[in-house]
Design a protein around this ligand. Structure first.
Ligand SMILES: Nc1ncnc2c1ncn2[C@@H]1O[C@H](COP(=O)(O)OP(=O)(O)O)[C@@H](O)[C@H]1O
Ligand SMILES: O=C(OP(=O)(O)O)[C@H](O)COP(=O)(O)O
Length: 399
């Protein structure tokens, strides 16, 4: 493995795995460009050396091949702006003739963005042949996708073996993310509060168990909370629920008692009669939500209770918004928690906030400067804290 900052990219095609999984609104406009900004230094260094940059990423979770709303073409203009007008070419397929030809014809100082890797099911399957096809696009492989480092996919892990050791490396973002996460991991003070929310319940619920060895308190809000209420026999109406994880939720609650970890769930929810900005709303106990209604934010006393736990903490790890903060009506819970995290940080706590949407929320409410560290990774950051070696990191180190 080479060290990025010591490598001279002159004349080289650098194939960089980035995490450009940024939130887009209904008009397909970028609502948070944090993940794009975060890799600009990596791109600039290669261009300054006289190299060529080929970027590959996923966007969202397309299930059935190409779909306009998941196209990376929506990012081209903004990427060029972030690079002060540097030319950004786009290949509407991440492999195949057009991609290879464009890559071959690139001039020094140019950037090529490839279409969404997940338009091929082979990407998530970690298919070797697909990884090999991708590898042919570049002379050097750079992994700068910390947000996706917990996925053992073709472009994040499998691809590394098709490059000799001296031609694969981490980018500047990956190095910085790993260094700061490592620092917190080895140096974290208690009380240690993990705040979990968001919508990727099936994935992230599995992480909670291992976090119990580090955290003294675990706050569970957002869409994550309702699987727990259902597991305890509550009525959650049509709130987000991961039926296949009900047993996991029960086990987590039992283990937390054994390990003396406090799990905090929101007693009250702000409920809505539909998933829409103009929905009718009301408040209800989170374990007694009427049929046809869904919990879209934490409400009532739970906001203050969560805030109190946070303000007593010395280390805070936050991934996942407390509600559907993209809609004004359901942003209050996330704002209240951001406020408490900012206050705790001001009083000396170390706070780490990560995840595509969590970072978007923190930026939207103006809290980015008020937390200790903002990470581009959500699930990746949580898995790092579980003590796991992430596949995206292992592959570059060991392949
Ligand atoms: N109660 C809820 N019901 C449905 N979706 C929710 C709820 N609370 C939060 N969300 C959604 O969760 C999404 C973010 O989840 P996730 O991807 O896990 O976070 P991150 O991107 O920060 O890692 C947001 O788009 C938000 O609207
Ligand atoms: O947004 C991401 O993760 P996050 O929501 O945990 O921050 C990454 O781009 C990984 O996406 P995935 O969870 O669809 O594999």
């Amino acid at each position: 493995m080479s060290k990025f900052s010591e490598y001279n990219f002159k004349g080289q095609k650098a194939l960089i795995r980035v995490d450009f999984n940024v939130p887009l609104n209904e008009n397909l406009e970028i609502t948070s460009d944090a993940r794009m900004k975060a890799v600009v230094p990596t791109i600039k260094k290669i261009l300054a050396d006289g190299g060529k940059v080929i970027l590959m990423s996923h966007l969202g979770r397309p299930k059935t091949g190409p779909e306009d709303k998941f196209s990376l073409k929506h990012l081209v203009k903004h990427l060029s702006d972030l690079l002060e007008g540097a030319p950004v070419l786009f290949a509407n397929d991440c492999i195949g003739e057009q991609a290879y030809l464009t890559a071959d014809m690139m001039r020094e100082g140019e950037v090529l963005l490839l279409e969404n890797l997940r338009f091929y099911k082979e990407e998530e399957k970690g298919d070797e042949a697909f990884a090999e096809q991708l590898s042919k696009l570049g002379d050097v492989y750079v992994n700068d996708a910390f947000g996706t480092a917990h996925r053992a996919h073709a472009s994040t892990a499998v691809i590394a073996k098709f490059f000799p050791s001296e031609k694969r490396m981490f980018g500047l973002l990956m190095e910085a993310e790993v260094n700061s996460a490592q620092k917190v991991l080895s140096d974290s003070q208690k009380p240690f509060t993990a705040i979990l929310g968001g919508a990727k319940v099936s994935d992230k619920i599995l992480i909670i168990e291992n976090l119990m060895d580090k955290a003294t308190d675990i706050i569970i809000g957002g869409g994550m909370a309702y699987t727990f209420f259902k597991a305890m026999g509550g009525n959650i109406g049509s709130s987000l629920c991961e039926e296949e994880r009900l047993d996991t939720a029960k086990e987590i609650l039992e283990k937390a008692k054994e390990k003396n970890v406090c799990i905090h769930l929101p007693g009250e929810s702000l409920i809505a009669d539909k998933f829409a900005a103009d929905a009718d709303t009301s408040e209800a106990p989170s374990n007694n939500i009427p049929e046809g209604w869904m919990g879209l934010d934490i409400a009532g006393e739970s906001r203050g209770q969560f805030a109190n736990v946070i303000k007593k903490s010395k280390t805070i790890l936050w991934n996942g918004p407390m509600g559907v903060f993209e809609m004004e009506k359901f942003q209050g819970g996330t704002k209240a928690i951001a406020d408490a995290v900012a206050e705790a940080t001001e009083n000396g706590a170390f706070s780490l906030v990560g995840g595509g949407d969590s970072v978007a929320a923190v930026n939207k409410f103006g809290y980015a400067e008020k937390v200790s560290y903002v990470s581009t990774g959500g699930g990746a950051m949580l898995e790092f804290f579980e003590g796991k070696t992430l596949p995206g990191i292992a592959a570059v180190n060991e392949a």
